[in-house]
Design a protein around this ligand. Structure first.
Ligand SMILES: [Zn+2]
Length: 171
């Protein structure tokens, strides 16, 4: 499971909106899900972090993401995910992304969300999330709309390199 190359900040595909997946059972869709799962696993093996990936990050403009909370917890391919409810309550956090792995961005996200999606077998599913999973779902679904975390920076100074973040800001 070598995984696919992950597009990096500067690649214009990352700013494009992805199309809906029409057929979950299609060979191409199943191959995409496998690629997302393998690429996430490979990234995590290399770097020691990473919990989610979106199809446009491997150059496929289709609405599919893969999430694996570590070491246990929610693990699923989410096809055509949609946030149907988000709490008024917000959380602030330092966000990162495979597409700019050395940059941390301070963003605001809803504290809780409710997401509907189709699973890899084609069944409709709902997940209610809070905390880490809630912010991850918002980050990955943003990718499907061509929105990167840097576009949600709270201010022009809401950035840190990973090295500096580890030195100064990690609490
Ligand atoms: Zn990302």
């Amino acid at each position: 499971m070598p995984g696919r190359e992950i597009l990096q900040l500067g690649n214009p595909l990352l700013w494009q909106r992805s199309r809906r997946v029409e057929e979950v059972a299609a060979t191409a869709t199943q191959a995409l899900i496998t690629d997302l799962r393998d690429t996430l696993a490979s990234f995590r093996e290399t770097t020691g972090y990473g919990r989610g990936i979106a199809a446009p990050q491997i150059g496929v403009l289709q609405r599919a993401i893969f999430i694996r909370m570590q070491p246990t917890g929610f693990c699923a391919a989410l096809v055509n995910p949609e946030i149907i409810w988000a709490s008024q309550q917000k959380i602030e956090l330092w966000d990162d992304c495979f597409s700019f792995p050395d940059l941390l961005v301070r963003v605001e996200r809803a504290a809780q969300v409710k997401v509907v999606y189709t699973d890899e077998r084609g069944a409709p599913q709902t997940v209610e999330a809070e905390g880490d999973l809630a912010e991850l779902l918002q980050h990955e679904i943003d990718h499907l709309d061509g929105i990167l975390a840097i576009a949600r920076a709270l201010s022009p100074s809401a950035f840190a390199t990973r090295a500096e973040w580890q030195r100064q800001l990690q609490s």
